[in-house]
Write a protein that binds this ligand. Structure first.
Ligand code: 6R9
Length: 685
């Protein structure tokens, strides 16, 4: 242990971690520590801090060796070239470039399915699908999954989808969603899943940006008691696309009979095709399209601090190796596990930890179609008992919402199959952590609070459940191969106990390679703010024991129920309303959602503020982005606080929104300080 003392671990040194191992530094904070049980650690893949340190040290000192050993466990038609990794993360030294396993020829679908089947897992359950209505369910073994993937892959090839073509997926959590992702990967097409809560406008923007060859959707879905008519949304999006001269040849539509019959679905002959009419007719085997490790696998649009969503691009080889490895270690995965991640495949968590990570490990997963509190707040635990789920991965917003109901909804179920819990999407507050740990996990199950991003592809800072004592609310330490650093506003690394901006010093295999069609924006957004580093957009502090505590976004991105929403996107939706002259949006603390959306709006001269207009403004956001981005509060603002150069001072708006009126700070630089009093007076009107 002594000899490890000088390896950097984050901006701290391993010597800081030694203190944890030796139990010194922690004595005073004993109460904040939650140790894994001896039984758990004994069986864990990483059973001790020492084992973690040994592997971490190697991953940092010899990343090429560390990752190529792991990569060799997958199937490569041809091995990668001499250089395992080739990177430049420093804008001062030229263009940003990240490449892993370049020259290696592989296919991620083959590695998820064919490879596992050849290893004898053909009859193992890949997916337990659970419908929105209790009692509706189905299963797919690995062999059955492969057959369905091949049929769809053959269909896509037949309608002209080729390697490198983009396919938009607008599906709810049916098994057909991972099937579609895998079918695209099999033929080298680039999938771009759009969360089925996005509006027609958002969908059309994405279809046009990636010039999709095909759109795959279903007619409708039931979520809780509500029916959502997805095909109508797609129709509107495609109409919008054709107005802009972009036509999509194929709109493959799955008939989700439980929600809506085909007779009641609007239809455009020639373009629309029922999945069930064509896909099952195709052969159940399909040749794999072998691709380079650096060929694109998927695009996923995410919010940034400007109005235009960013197409985050992930490639094949590094992403494959990284998602598989992070899944295995952060959840202490064993072949006997039954895993359930509640995320939707429309977000990155569903890509890396519903589809790819688990399947690359040959895992059995639950895929749940519905709402987590339907028909009552006990549904999750009912599902856990039904499938004997051992690893349960969810978001703090769900934990907080279930916490508000009686514990009896949890305790009436056994939950004794559970052994590891996980959290993602936003910081988990210590009280939610404790409820999750004590009530859901009966104080037996370690919680992996995984910090990562759409851009990072996989976990970056995460507990390894058997290795570390945990501190409720801390994501703990970096994953293998990741060197997080905390910098001050000048970009200088801060050592030891500190608070600042979270950056990463080196590349890791799962990192995104560019923003689709806009490499310049990639460099400007992520690599220019602190030259020499990848900037995450998050604030972070490190305590005296070296534990990392994420403090939330430091840019103009709001995190609502774990969904990233750019303030600029909401503002642009508001000002598109003819009676709205200006809008400024900030995040405010929200008991369940983590953050809520608070919008200040200035109306066009002479227009009176009314309840009707308020509803109309909210509708405008629902239409342009999606219901999940609807503002919680509209605050009428005859004027906005601006500097003399015309910049809106959001700092002041945040204070007004959270009613911290004695903390407004200096308002003397405002062009018109009077607007602040006016806003305060109108706060609760
Ligand atoms: C995976 C995912 C990324 C942003 C990220 C951060 C927040 C995610 C977190 C967390 C604290 C965690 N975030 N996990 N903050 N602790 N365990 O959510 O990706 O949708 O791109 O959001 O979410 O602010 O920057 P994405």
């Amino acid at each position: 242990v002594e000899s490890l003392a000088n390896i950097p671990c984050g901006a701290g040194k391993i010597s800081q971690l030694n203190a944890v191992i030796l139990g010194e530094a922690l004595a005073s904070e004993e109460n904040d520590l939650v140790f894994p049980s001896e039984d758990f650690s004994r069986q864990a893949l990483i059973p001790s801090p020492q084992k973690y340190l040994e592997m971490y040290k190697r991953s940092i000192e010899d990343p090429a060796g560390f990752w190529s050993d792991i990569a060799s466990q997958f199937y490569w038609k041809e091995k990668w070239g001499q250089e395992v990794v080739s990177e430049n993360l420093d804008v001062r030294k030229g263009n940003i470039k990240i490449e892993w396993f370049k020259g290696g020829i592989t296919n991620i679908c083959y590695n998820c399915l064919d490879r596992n089947i050849e290893a004898g897992l053909g009859d193992k359950i890949a997916i337990y699908w659970e419908g929105n209505e209790p009692g509706f369910d189905s299963t797919l073994t690995y062999s059955q999954l492969l057959e369905q993937v091949c049929q769809l892959a053959n269909y896509l090839k037949d309608v002209g989808v080729k390697k490198g073509d983009a396919v938009i997926i607008y599906l709810p959590m049916l098994s057909e969603l991972p099937i579609t992702m895998l079918a695209c990967a099999r033929i080298g097409a680039v999938h771009s899943a759009v969360f089925a809560g996005f509006s027609a406008e958002s969908l059309s923007q994405r279809i046009m940006d990636c010039k999709a060859k095909a759109v795959i959707t279903c007619n409708a879905v039931k979520r809780g008691p509500k029916t959502i008519y997805l095909k109508d949304i797609v129709d509107a999006a495609l109409t919008e696309c054709s107005k802009n001269g972009i036509s999509v040849d194929v709109c493959l539509t799955y008939e989700n009979k439980l929600a809506l019959t085909r007779e009641n679905t609007k239809w455009q002959e020639g373009r629309d095709i029922w999945w069930q009419d064509v896909v099952p007719k195709y052969p159940t085997t399909c040749e794999v399209e072998w691709v380079d490790a650096e060929d694109p696998l998927f695009l996923l649009y995410t919010s940034g601090s400007t109005g235009k969503p960013k197409g985050v691009l992930h490639t094949t080889g590094g992403y494959m190796v990284y998602t598989a490895t992070t899944f295995k270690y952060a959840f202490d995965y064993k072949p006997s596990d039954v895993y359930w991640c509640t995320a939707d495949c429309g977000w990155i968590t569903g890509h890396s930890y519903v589809t790819y990570g688990p399947m690359l490990n040959g895992a059995t997963s639950v895929v749940y179609e519905g709402a987590p509190n339907y028909p009552d707040p006990g549904r999750c635990w009912d599902i856990v008992d039904k499938y004997k789920v051992t690893i349960f991965y969810t978001a703090p917003t769900l934990v907080r919402s279930l916490m508000r109901d009686s514990n009896e909804y949890v305790t009436r179920y056994s939950r004794k199959s559970l052994r590891v819990l996980g959290s993602v999407g936003e910081p988990i507050n210590p009280s939610a952590w404790r409820w999750f740990f004590n009530v859901v996990g009966d104080a037996r199950c370690p919680i992996s609070d995984t910090w990562w991003q759409t851009e990072t592809g996989g976990f970056m800072i995460t507990p390894l459940p058997g290795a570390w004592p945990q501190k409720p609310g801390s994501a703990t330490f970096p994953f293998f191969g990741v060197q997080p650093v905390i910098v001050d506003e000048k970009g200088v690394e801060i050592e030891g106990e500190c608070n600042g901006y979270l950056c990463i010093k080196n590349s890791w295999p799962g990192a995104f390679r560019t923003l689709y069609g806009d490499h310049e924006r990639y460099e400007t957004t992520y690599f220019k703010p602190f030259p020499g580093y990848y900037f995450s957009g998050d604030g972070c502090s490190r305590d005296k024991d070296g534990y990392h505590w994420l403090t939330g976004r430091v840019d103009d991105v709001i995190n609502v129920s774990g969904h990233r929403i750019g303030t600029a996107e909401v503002e642009s939706a508001l000002v598109s309303h003819p009676q709205c002259a200006e809008a400024a949006v900030v995040g405010v603390e929200h008991e369940v959602k983590g953050q809520g959306i608070y919008a200040f709006v200035t109306l066009v001269e002479g227009v009176p503020y009314s309840e009707e207009l308020r509803k109309d403004l909210i509708l405008s956001v629902r239409k342009q982005i999606g219901a999940f981005a609807a503002p919680d509060k509209i605050h009428w603002a005859p004027g906005l606080p601006k500097t003399r150069s015309g910049k809106i001072m959001r700092r002041i708006l945040r204070k007004i929104a959270s009613r911290q009126l004695d903390e407004l700070g200096d308002t003397s630089t405002l062009a018109d300080p009077g607007v602040v009093d006016e806003l305060i007076a109108l706060a609760d009107s």
